[in-house]
Design a protein around this ligand. Structure first.
Ligand code: ADP
Ligand code: MG
Length: 725
């Protein structure tokens, strides 16, 4: 075993970068070549079909079957030119990742052979045998069937030999069984709530879009080392492993030069992403060793989220070509940073105006302040729910563990916006808000300095930070579907905008000028957020926890308890009023969350027990046997007083082994007890206690790693997993 490990390490270290095939020409030549874009629609559909389809896409209308047939015929032609043999409805069930069931295009031709067919019906709707996807009881109680239906707003794309049709996944009775359905509902809600307000500023606005730019963090591990770690393979994280002597303390990884094997992987990944029309923009090393990040140019939230789901799949495939495995787990290694997926979010109009950035003139700034303040107030109202939207068994290792996010959702404004809000509170309503010129703020106006857009004033400890033209929700986990956070955030903002509009209308009815009415409606909100959700200090400090509780912010840190937020009266009211979730859906989805939580912890506890007993203890005993032989030799040759140190080492090993055995027994007992609990919430709660027992087993194991002969240790160590690339 010992030699096997060192052989693996040796080979992994010597691996060279794989040659990456790069398509001919500039990126712009092959960008989106695997996507059925508008350009392809124009080429493969007749003009009338093109018009109907694009109208459906732009206006969210549904497609009639006759047109769908024509669209399918055009798509088939395009797909066959790319060597496609299969199609799939591609959807996002309530599991990690996406689902696809491939159907080949062949059918009997009636003459003894086969032909390729693809009809409008199979484009638009399918009924996958999807009884095994989590539904939280919806399908068991009502109807076993689940349907997938094409979302024309998400373009069809090709992966390998398969044409993928992005779809929603709903039950026979119409309940959402996926992430996309409620996300689309939330995006509709935020448009419908924001639009009337925007139109008060500019009548020509017809649509308000939600934008998302995700930053995907991940680790790379050599695949041979990975395959020697059952915990990584099965749970996605290391359940044990002593810290390496060198970690991230020198900060020498962040933005460092990218090693050639990793660079080749990134290049390959980007090429595949570009072909899929994913506008990848940045790439860099992250804080922890072997941790990296990339981000696209932001886009409309539904599309951008699809692209994130796509690229997460692509990452896994491409990594294997380069002898790596991608870890998307939020905390694969103790003692170094975990991985998140910052969700950069903003709203903007179809006229090209960002609602989260200062405007061109005083009115534009008033519009910005309106959306800015309402967003913060929405976050304040639903801070507990927003935290629940990013909570999971895996993200729990980041929450509250001294890396953004702390287990409290507060918002960072930066000095400029803090000053602006304070000044607005003190000024008479109607004071024009002007972007200050070079000479600074003019008298009687409230200045927003020009440099503000490039403001790099960053507070890394804040989970929800304003960064000049957007908010950055940093608490989202690296393995998560961004939709969970985006559904909650967009719905919360939609609800708040509806309420704001009611307040504003009342002010206007009383005869106030528009600017005055807007400020009078905003002022109580500004006063409230400055006292409550806005916090620019250190989010990791103990004082903040106490202060946040005093301010009435949610400080819950137990994951199953966080999920309860979804079924609280305020949340149910918000989701139902905005048409995003019914109460039944909320309940069903929480059932899924509790179940998933239980299963994840259960798997970890099992793996931990088996590795402790079958890998670690035997290795420790092997080394102890050597020690005992040495002791007996020493005593024989050097006398009874000899080998004192070795004896204490052997004793220490015994005591650590017995600690491991006891704790493994305890956790097994706790599991047995928890498994008998019927209620899914209570069971999840019991499992959160079991999750808390894992570090107790890890500790003696990590202590043994420090004592046992390196050559006898069966698992690749942190220094190997984290420093070979
Ligand atoms: P940083 O690490 O400085 O936060 P990155 O460049 O890594 O920034 O990622 C920022 C992300 O935010 C990108 O995806 C970018 O396109 C996105 N973004 C920029 N402006 C907006 C905006 N107005 N709305 C939404 N996302 C945005
Ligand atoms: Mg960022």
């Amino acid at each position: 075993m010992a030699n096997l490990r060192s052989a693996i390490v040796h080979d992994a270290f010597r691996k060279k970068a794989v040659d990456v095939p790069v398509p001919d020409g500039e990126v712009s030549r092959y960008y989106a070549e695997l996507v059925f874009t508008r350009d392809k629609m124009r080429r493969y559909l007749d003009p009338e079909t093109y018009d109907v389809l694009t109208k459906c896409i732009d206006e969210g209308e549904s497609l009639d079957l006759a047109t769908a047939d024509k669209v399918a015929a055009g798509m088939k032609k395009w797909a066959l030119e790319h060597g496609v043999t299969h199609i799939t409805h591609w959807f996002q069930p309530l599991t990690d990742g996406t689902a696809e069931k491939h159907d080949s295009l062949i059918d009997y031709d009636g003459k003894g052979g086969v032909i390729e067919t693809f009809t409008g019906k199979s484009l638009v709707q399918q009924e996958p045998d999807a009884s095994s996807f989590p539904s939280g009881g919806i399908r068991a109680t009502f109807e076993a069937r689940g349907y997938t239906a094409w979302d024309p707003a998400s373009p069809v794309f090709i992966q390998d030999d398969t044409m993928c049709i992005p779809t929603v996944f709903v039950s026979y009775t119409g309940e959402a069984l996926d992430f996309k359905t409620p996300l689309k509902r939330a995006l509709k809600a935020v448009n419908e709530a924001a639009l009337p307000i925007c139109q008060m500023f500019d009548k020509s606005v017809k649509h308000v879009y939600s934008y998302l730019g995700w930053e995907q963090e991940y680790f790379l591990v050599d695949e041979d080392l990975y395959s020697a770690r059952p915990d990584l393979m099965i749970t996605g994280r290391t359940l044990m492993g002593h810290e390496s002597s060198k970690n991230q303390q020198l900060d020498d990884h962040y933005f460092g030069a990218i090693p050639s094997r990793v660079a080749a992987f990134m290049k390959d990944l980007e090429t595949e992403g570009f072909k899929l029309g994913i506008p990848l923009k940045t790439r860099h090393k992250e804080v922890a060793p072997n941790q990296f990040e990339f981000a696209p140019i932001y886009g409309e939230t539904n599309l951008s989220n699809d692209q994130n789901q796509q690229i997460m799949n692509v990452m896994h495939k491409v990594a294997r070509k380069h002898g790596f495995v991608v870890l998307l787990h939020e905390k694969p290694f103790a003692g170094v940073n975990g991985s998140g997926k910052h969700n950069n979010w903003s709203l903007g109009t179809d006229t090209g105006v960002s609602l989260m950035a200062p405007g061109k003139d005083a009115l534009g700034n008033l519009q910005f302040i309106t959306f800015f303040v309402n967003t913060l107030y929405a976050v304040q109202r639903h801070n507990g729910l927003l935290k629940a939207s990013i909570a999971s068994a895996t993200n729990a290792h980041r929450l509250g563990a001294n890396e953004a996010p702390p287990a409290i959702v507060s918002a960072f404004l930066g000095r400029t916006m803090n000053e602006v809000l304070h000044k607005l509170l003190e000024s008479p309503s109607g004071t024009p808000i002007e972007i200050a010129g070079k000479k600074g703020a003019s008298v009687g106006t409230i200045g927003i300095p020009q440099i503000f857009i490039d403001n790099t004033d960053r507070n890394r400890t804040s989970p929800f930070a304003f960064t000049g033209n957007r908010f950055e929700y940093r608490a989202v986990g690296s393995s998560a579907n961004c939709a969970a956070a985006m559904i909650t955030l967009n719905t919360a903002v939609a609800e708040q905008l509806l309420d704001f509009k009611v307040g504003l209308d009342a002010e206007l009815v009383s005869g106030k000028a528009f600017e005055v009415a807007v400020m009078d409606t905003l002022k109580p909100l500004i006063a409230s957020i400055l006292d409550t959700v806005c916090f620019d200090g250190n989010g990791y400090s103990e004082e903040w926890k106490a202060e946040a509780a005093r301010r009435g912010l949610d400080t819950e840190s137990v994951v199953p308890k966080m999920f309860l937020e979804y079924e609280k009266e305020d949340s149910v009211k918000m989701f139902t009023r905005c048409g995003v979730f019914s109460e039944k859906e909320l309940h069903a989805r929480n059932e899924v969350k509790f179940e998933t939580y239980v299963k994840k912890v259960q798997i970890e506890a099992r793996v931990m027990g088996r590795m402790a007993v079958n890998h670690i203890i035997p290795a420790a005993l092997e080394y102890q046997t050597k020690l005992l032989q040495n002791i007996s030799l020493q005593k024989e040759l050097l006398g009874d007083d000899a080998a004192a140190t070795e004896i204490s080492m052997a004793r220490e090993i015994s005591s650590l082994i017995s600690e491991i055995r006891t704790r493994v027994k305890d956790i097994t007992e706790a599991r047995k007890k928890a498994n008998k609990i019927e209620d899914s919430y209570e069971k999840a709660l019991a499992y959160s206690e079991i999750a808390n027992m894992l570090p107790g087993i890890r500790k003696p194991i990590d202590a043994l790693e420090e004592i046992v002969d390196n050559a006898a240790w069966p698992l690749p160590k942190y220094r190997e997993l984290l420093f070979i690339s």
